[in-house]
Ligand binder design. Structure first.
Ligand SMILES: Cc1cc2nc3c(=O)[nH]c(=O)nc-3n(C[C@H](O)[C@H](O)[C@H](O)COP(=O)(O)O)c2cc1C
Length: 170
């Protein structure tokens, strides 16, 4: 599979089967997050793995959607703001960019393994912080449900902007 084929294969999966994700597969995708690039190589991230009933129940409260509750595992991607690079010229915090790269590594690695994922940012981040007892310097930035696809899992029709709209030669 070429990289472009992998990028095309990945889509937001919003229906998961009961089939468990093996430790081997989970470790594979987490390793792909671990080796992601980050600003100044500060690696300002922390990933919490929710896969017990107790942990999943907490995470599901922060994004109460029927489809989300079908995922057997949810990875909570957090930014460590005390470890992220702040650009000296304007203090821009690059933690958002770093967590996004690592998260997409997870999503692409999962797709390569035949697993489904979906970026979820429309969750209650402060409730998540509270329920998971996160340290003050950590921000819950993204939830990543991960699992095998249910029989009815199908991509929603999506479009992308044409090349000429997003590329400008300068
Ligand atoms: C930063 C980010 C946040 C997103 N948050 C959500 C979300 O909260 N809930 C959801 O169902 N999908 C969410 N998505 C998925 C997008 O809706 C989806 O990627 C987009 O519509 C393109 O569809 P595709 O992923 O199937 O190609 C998010 C995606 C990104 C990149």
């Amino acid at each position: 599979m070429t990289f472009q084929q992998l990028a095309q294969k990945r889509y937001s999966v919003r229906s998961y089967s009961d089939q468990p994700v093996s430790d081997e597969q989970l470790n594979y995708v987490l390793e792909c997050a671990r080796i992601a690039p980050s600003a100044v190589n500060f690696q300002p991230w922390h990933f919490y793995i929710a896969r017990t009933d107790e942990a999943l129940e907490k995470v599901r409260q922060t994004y109460p959607r029927d489809w989300f509750a079908t995922a057997p595992i949810v990875i909570v991607g957090c930014i460590r703001h005390d470890q992220s690079w702040h650009r000296p010229t304007d203090q821009k915090d690059h933690g958002d960019i770093d967590i996004a790269i690592a998260t997409e590594h997870i999503c692409l690695a999962a797709a390569e393994q035949g697993l489904g994922t979906c970026w979820v940012c429309n969750f209650d981040a402060s409730l998540c912080h509270q329920l998971l007892n996160l340290p003050a310097e950590e921000e819950a930035a993204v939830l990543i449900p991960i699992g095998h696809l249910a029989a009815d899992a199908a991509p929603r029709p999506t479009t992308r902007k044409p090349m000429e709209e997003i590329i400008t030669e300068i």
